[in-house]
Write a protein that binds this ligand. Structure first.
Ligand SMILES: Cc1cc2nc3c(=O)[nH]c(=O)nc-3n(C[C@H](O)[C@H](O)[C@H](O)COP(=O)(O)OP(=O)(O)OC[C@H]3O[C@@H](n4cnc5c(N)ncnc54)[C@H](O)[C@@H]3O)c2cc1C
Length: 474
């Protein structure tokens, strides 16, 4: 009989492969099962990496077109979309290879095929040719991730109707892109194709763009996107989708009250050559052998406790397949937690209030902790500090002065509760706030920390000072 593994991990996304490496580091005999012919999951192949590669192309193109603002003459600036997509693909392949190498060098057994639970301590792997191998294991980690959610009656054809998967294989830039859904994925693609030259329309059912962010951030982003030329319809219902080989159209009508970032939208028909459906993700839990086990599932999401344990002894689940934020860094943190717990290490559950979120649109958005509204809902007496990048020393040097840092603190002692940034390099800046939150810092401790000059991070310091009305540069 084959050796028994300490842990078999199903799925090699940022949840699964990071868990596998950590398992090997702490001496567990580990195997990873992946149904796709490559390792790295959504993040590497269809998510974080390709989108950020394209966003960088958009930023470079934009910067080059505005080079004369820096005194640099360039002549005609052109965009070769084929070369843009090739660069993205090269980066993705390189990252995928790096994940494969990590799995190999850490001596994790890799099994290519479809993984399923097959009774206590057993996982079957069905290879592409149909051959079934059974792995014996003490623990199983389900890290099967998610796929794009589609609307009923609509199918992605890769030509007129796409999800975040098919849009990564486009052969040409759409003349008019309609984006359904103004969450992180929707506004990132809006931001890419707007700068590539498409006309872009964003349609959102909720009253504001990036609806999970602080309301002030949503309002600022909507203002900026509109200024850049994006048409935004918030608080609308979309339906009656019609796609031909040439065009795609849909009807929109008001969904409810006009929201913080919305303008009253009358019923209208939107016609374009490409519709991107970015309305969320569906967890992959339906065909992995959960029937008859103690694993509980709600709306497709596997239910877990603070240590990522499911209701079935020895079976853990992490990442997009569990109901925690659908983010790569969350999946990785959960993977490490699960394997360390399985190995009997002392571990602490994740504090999901301290998970940073980052949206790489232009201007970037990043946040951590409680929004102003959430902090009030939880009964905090709240004070807010806000500092605009127009008053920061570095932003004008970069040529990007849009946005602000908003700091939410508890009024009496100044305990930091949340930080919300919209503006240049927001996604890099947010980590300082993460360290402050995880060490339970006060805003005073933040502003007593001397920040280098001239940097964007001084906006963080000034927002912290601003909580108690002590900002210098306002
Ligand atoms: C367009 C887009 C942009 C994104 N950008 C960001 C970003 O910038 N930052 C960020 O933090 N997050 C981002 N995300 C989210 C991020 O990609 C996911 O949160 C992350 O990939 C989840 O990791 P995971 O390991 O849980 O699952 P996945 O990455 O989905 O990996 C799951 C793996 O399991 C495999 N699998 C599934 N079922 C089986 C089975 N039965 N047997 C064998 N293998 C199986 C799949 O093939 C896949 O390889 C983005 C997502 C999208 C769609």
């Amino acid at each position: 009989m084959a050796d028994t593994y300490d842990i078999v991990i199903i799925g090699s996304g940022p949840g699964g492969y990071v868990a596998a490496v950590r398992a090997a580091q702490i001496g567990l005999k580990a195997a990873i099962v992946e149904k796709d012919p490559f390792y790295g999951g959504t993040c590497t192949w269809r998510g974080c990496i390709p989108t950020k590669a394209l966003l960088e192309n958009a930023a470079v193109y934009d910067q080059t077109r505005h080079a004369k603002d820096f005194g640099i003459g360039t002549g005609e600036v052109t965009l070769n979309f084929g070369a843009v997509m090739d660069r993205k693909t090269k980066i993705v392949r390189k990252m995928g290879k790096a994940v494969e190498n990590l799995i190999k060098t850490n001596k994790v057994d890799a099994h290519q095929g479809y993984g399923r639970l097959a009774g206590p301590g057993k996982v079957t792997v069905t290879a592409a040719g149909g051959k079934v191998t059974t792995l014996q294991t003490r623990n199983v980690l389900l890290a099967t991730g998610s796929v794009p959610r589609m609307l009923p009656g609509l199918a992605a054809d890769g030509k007129r109707v796409v999800t975040s998967d098919e849009i990564l294989d486009l052969k040409e830039i759409p003349r008019h892109l309609v984006v359904l859904g103004a969450g992180a994925v929707g506004v990132e693609f809006a931001s890419i194709f707007l700068r590539f030259g498409s006309k872009v329309t964003v349609v959102e059912m909720l009253p504001r763009v990036v609806p999970i962010e602080d309301e002030d951030i949503s309002a600022e982003l909507a203002k900026s996107l509109r200024k850049q030329g994006v048409t935004i319809h918030t608080d609308v219902r979309a339906g009656n989708f019609r796609a031909t080989s040439e065009r795609v159209s849909l009807d929109i009508s008001p969904a409810g009250a006009t929201g913080a970032t919305g303008t009253a939208t009358s019923p209208a028909t939107l016609e374009s050559d490409l519709l991107l459906v970015a309305v969320g993700r569906r967890p992959l839990s339906d065909d992995i052998g959960l029937a008859g086990t103690g694993v509980k599932v709600d709306k497709g999401f596997i239910q877990v406790d603070g240590y990522m344990r499911t209701g079935e002894p020895g079976v853990y689940a992490i990442g997009d397949v569990v109901p925690t934020p659908l983010l790569a860094h969350v999946a990785s943190a959960e993977g490490i937690l699960a394997v360390e717990h399985a190995a009997g290490r002392e571990v602490r559950p994740i504090n999901y209030d301290h998970v940073p979120s980052a949206t790489y649109c232009e201007p970037e958005v990043a946040s951590i902790g409680l929004t102003e509204a959430k902090a009030k809902e939880r009964g905090f007496d709240v004070k807010v500090g806000r500092f605009p990048f127009t008053h920061n020393s570095k932003a004008p040097i970069l040529g990007h002065t849009e946005g602000f840092v908003k700091m939410v603190a508890e009024a009496k002692y100044g305990e930091l509760l949340g930080v919300h940034i919209i503006g240049p390099r927001a996604t890099e800046m947010i980590t300082e706030a993460g360290v402050a939150l995880s060490t339970e810092a006060t805003v005073e401790e933040m502003y007593r920390t001397i920040h280098p000059h001239p940097t964007l991070s001084e906006a963080m310091l000034e927002a912290a000072r601003g909580v108690f009305g002590r900002a210098i540069h306002t």
